[in-house]
Ligand binder design. Sequence first.
Ligand SMILES: Cc1ncc(COP(=O)(O)O)c(C=O)c1O
Length: 418
Amino acid sequence: MSSAGAAEQRTGRFGPYGGRYVPETLMEPLAELEAAWLEARADAAFQAEFARLLRDYVGRPTALGCAARLSEQLGCRLYLKREDLCHTGAHKINNALGQALLVKRMGKRRVVAETGAGQHGVASATVCALLDLECVVYMGVDDMARQAPNVRRMRLLGAEVRGVDSGSRTLKDAINEAMRDWVTNVRSTHYLLGSALGAHPYPSLVRDFHSVIGREARAQMLAATGALPDVAVACVGGGSNAIGLFSAFLDDPVELVGVEAGGRSAAPGEHASRFSERADAASHRPESSSAAGRGESGSGGERVGVLHGTRTYLLQDEAGNVLPTHSISAGLDYPAVGPEHAFLHDSGRVRYVRASDAETLDAFQRLARCEGILPALESAHAVAWVLREAASLRGRVVLVNLSGRGDKDLAILEEAGL
Ligand SMILES: Cc1ncc(COP(=O)(O)O)c(C=O)c1O
């Protein structure tokens, strides 16, 4: 069970965050989705089919290995959970597969999805091909340009990719368009949302489908080292790979760190750090009780708002207009964050920090040269935090979720001079 426990299951709320802020037309399909998910969760046949496809099609369990050379250089023991080795190259397929099986169960034939980095779009196109579903993917035109190989992959898999030319022409605008399509075609269509955000039940459902990451990593760490890690780290866009990892460690004495996109600077519009100005300064170790209890009332103040159906931390101006964002990684370039992360932030259970574009590029190079792994730029944010904190991590065991692989980022890396 998650951080907010049984109440979450009934109401879709994580303390003051989450909920279902949608137009009337979407209330019924969300209720239908929630019912299908709760039924499927309790259905041994569904769980067996999901587990079989995760094993035989996705390639789970993914490896967990010690990054030996980097560990030696940093003076800690760094372990990598290799979600980059999943079929299609990122964690996103865990959730895409789970939801596509639900679509079959609900008897729908058409899927719409949004994508930022293109990994969720590719995962959706892939599972739709596998399960014979029609697939339309919305993607901001700026993201289509910077993640062009993934656009080509989606089309080769038989999906229709629709460019979104409004707003900031990135993930937020792609979600707007996918929701518009869903509202219009709600009887035939399922919205295959790609992160742990949006209206209830999506944040809980997406977390559940990704919880396999944390379950595997926890068992693999115990097998490899005889103990749990001291620290577990993941990048946070909407928050799906992070919550998949963290969900297995919430009740353990493991420090949990979520890394947001620090972008070019801390100026408005130059980053996608929903939390981290304050969190960087505070102590958020599990044993710290300084923030205990704040989850119920919420401490986000003017930083809290509603976007895409959920109440959460949101980058906005004084009038409540959503601010533009920037990140070198398309997958972290989003102004809001999943509501469970908002709760975990306020409760102090997870510490949220940022890594800049420049630190991320350094981390990418370091992992490539030391370990022979090209990480996705999203995942490289988590490595960047470890490099920056090396002095305080000396002698500790650190687990990083390597959420995806970097092939999609070659054009960005070339532009950055790498
Ligand atoms: C490889 C990879 N990691 C992380 C993310 C961020 O998403 P989330 O925070 O939902 O894991 C993305 C999003 O596209 C991604 O492609």
